[in-house]
Write a protein that binds this ligand. Structure first.
Ligand code: AMP
Length: 192
């Protein structure tokens, strides 16, 4: 299986590039943000639990996220691979992901990290806010919280994959197709 972690701060373009990667490599998309928004829309208990954290731009507790991802993996063991988007967001989640994959003799093939400067991230999120309907895209304070949470809690996840020699950095500024060409250049040589 080809299992990719697509990594980067909020507004880096993970959702957009996931669509391209899925189309080219036929992977199953596991976006924890999308899964939470689906639960929220359906008014499930999980959605209600996640909403307060999401609205403030904070992380949903690890055990909730990890359980949700594990269910999704169990449902899809017969696929060419997974793309993890917005997960893992803490070192604890990265460790849990390795353990849950190992139960099925699977592992992460590589991390692809989109690098985008903070002013560009803010500009992109504000543009997205016009159409996304996302509460957490709407004001500067929430965007600041999300970027700070990324720096404090999520950025160390890159080190976790560097230690496994699975970290690949991509310049996330440019046209969608230019960035995708760089991603494909990395993904094409990952061990399956
Ligand atoms: P995203 O769509 O990836 O930007 O995620 C939106 C929000 O969902 C985040 O700001 C968090 O509140 C929550 N969320 C998504 N993924 C995770 C995760 N892996 N760990 C904790 N919270 C998450």
């Amino acid at each position: 299986m080809l299992n990719i972690v697509l990594f980067g701060p909020p507004g880096a373009g993970k959702g957009t590039q996931s669509e391209n990667i899925i189309e080219k490599y036929q992977l199953v998309h596991i976006s924890t943000g999308d899964l939470f928004r689906k639960h929220l829309g359906e008014g499930t208990e999980l959605g209600k639990l996640a909403q307060g954290f999401m609205d403030q731009g904070k992380l949903v507790p690890d055990e909730v996220v990890i359980g949700m991802v594990e269910d999704k993996i169990q449902e899809n063991l017969d696929v060419p691979g997974f793309i993890f988007d917005g997960f893992p967001r803490t070192v604890n989640q990265a460790d849990a992901l390795d353990k849950m994959l190992a139960k099925h003799d699977l592992s992460i093939s590589g991390m692809v990290a989109l690098e985008v400067p903070e002013d560009e991230l803010r500009a992109r999120i504000k543009e997205r806010a016009k159409t996304s309907g996302r509460v957490d895209d709407q004001d500067d304070d929430k965007i600041t919280t999300r970027i700070k949470v990324y720096q404090d809690e999520t950025a160390p996840v890159a080190g976790y994959y560097k230690a496994q020699s699975k970290f690949n950095s991509i310049n996330g500024v440019g046209s969608i197709s230019e960035i995708f060409d760089q991603i494909a250049g990395v993904v094409d040589v990952l061990p399956v």
